[in-house]
Design a protein around this ligand. Structure first.
Ligand SMILES: C[S@@+](CC[C@H](N)C(=O)[O-])C[C@H]1O[C@@H](n2cnc3c(N)ncnc32)[C@H](O)[C@@H]1O
Length: 293
């Protein structure tokens, strides 16, 4: 099965794609988004570790390992991995220096000393062959065109027998709060916030395993990750979602403006409300590749 040919069919038909989607593999796109990610990282701790811990378990990280986190951005799951290591290290690698600067700042605030930072593109990783015991990557593999080439690079830098794990978003209809947050933004700002469908292009079951197999891993597995998060109205969740989605629109908002914007977003999320809480369904996929010995 040819994974790239199927990628375009992995999202639901009625949605209008974001014309900017094809820019998400570019450094300037993420550089421009980094203020939103910086704001969202005001608390340096990971805000939800459920899927990170599953990734760590599946790739078999042990305390003495040297781990590479690809497309680490502002440091997830690298920061969680760092906490699992003793003599080992984790290297956070990403093509966008502005995102990595946030990862470094988070690590410093948390007194993490075993996290290294290296700028680099996942299609040509700046490391010698067989450098790392394990490789992780969360929400990055959807963006490059040549996903198989990127997975092949991960295999190249992995030691024999090592495991790599890629987490990606599931289909957009299984993650409906993305659309609801955009609807709240549209109502508030009176402009369109089209869904970023590129985020979901590996969401169809089987695509990730195809990419991993085609890259040359000896074994490929794929798992659905599913959870429901229960969020209080005053939880930082909505503010983080808005900061990341519309960094260009919220930079100069007053606190009164923010309160009105969050009202609009929470009203758009009314379908998810249960009493005092919002029930947020989250579906991701985890692909695991094992290198041959
Ligand atoms: C959605 S963020 C995910 C960041 C982090 N892993 C997380 O889960 O919070 C996507 C990241 O992928 C990075 N990225 C996109 N294409 C890339 C590429 N070709 N090589 C390296 N990094 C890339 C971006 O710079 C951005 O930091």
């Amino acid at each position: 099965m040819d994974a790239p040919d199927r990628l375009g069919k992995s999202v639901t038909g009625s949605l209008v794609p974001d014309p900017a989607s094809d820019t998400e593999n570019r450094t300037d796109y993420w550089k421009n988004r980094s203020p939103g990610w910086t704001a969202a990282a005001s608390d340096p701790k990971p805000n939800d570790d459920t899927f990170n811990l599953r990734l760590i378990e599946e790739i078999g990280i042990s305390p003495d390992m040297n781990v590479l986190d690809i497309a680490s951005g502002t440091g997830d799951p690298a920061i969680t991995i760092a906490g699992k290591l003793d003599t080992g290290t984790v290297t956070a690698c990403d093509m966008t220096s502005e995102m990595l600067a946030v990862a470094a700042a988070r690590a410093a605030k948390l007194s993490i000393s075993n996290l290294r930072i290296t700028a680099g593109n996942m299609i040509a990783l700046p490391f010698p062959d067989s450098t790392f015991d394990a490789v992780s990557s969360r929400n990055g593999l959807m963006f490059p065109d040549d996903k198989t080439g990127c997975a092949r690079e991960a295999l190249r830098v992995l030691k024999p027998g090592g495991r790599a794990g890629w987490m990606v978003w599931g289909p957009i209809d299984a993650n409906p709060t993305f659309l609801a947050v955009n609807a709240g933004l549209e109502k508030f700002f009176g402009e369109q916030f089209p869904p970023r469908l590129i985020r979901h292009n590996l969401g169809t079951p089987g695509l990730l395993a195809d990419v991993i197999t085609q890259a040359g891993f000896a074994k490929a597995e794929e798992i659905e990750l599913k959870q429901e998060r229960f969020i209080r109205r005053d939880d930082d969740y909505f503010r983080r979602a808005v900061s990341r989605t519309a960094p260009h629109r919220v930079g100069n908002l007053s606190e009164t403006g923010w309160a009105a914007l969050l009202d609009s977003v929470q009203n758009a999320c009314a379908n998810f409300r249960e009493g005092d809480l919002y029930r947020i369904p989250i579906v991701a996929r985890l692909g695991i590749g094992t290198a041959k010995f």
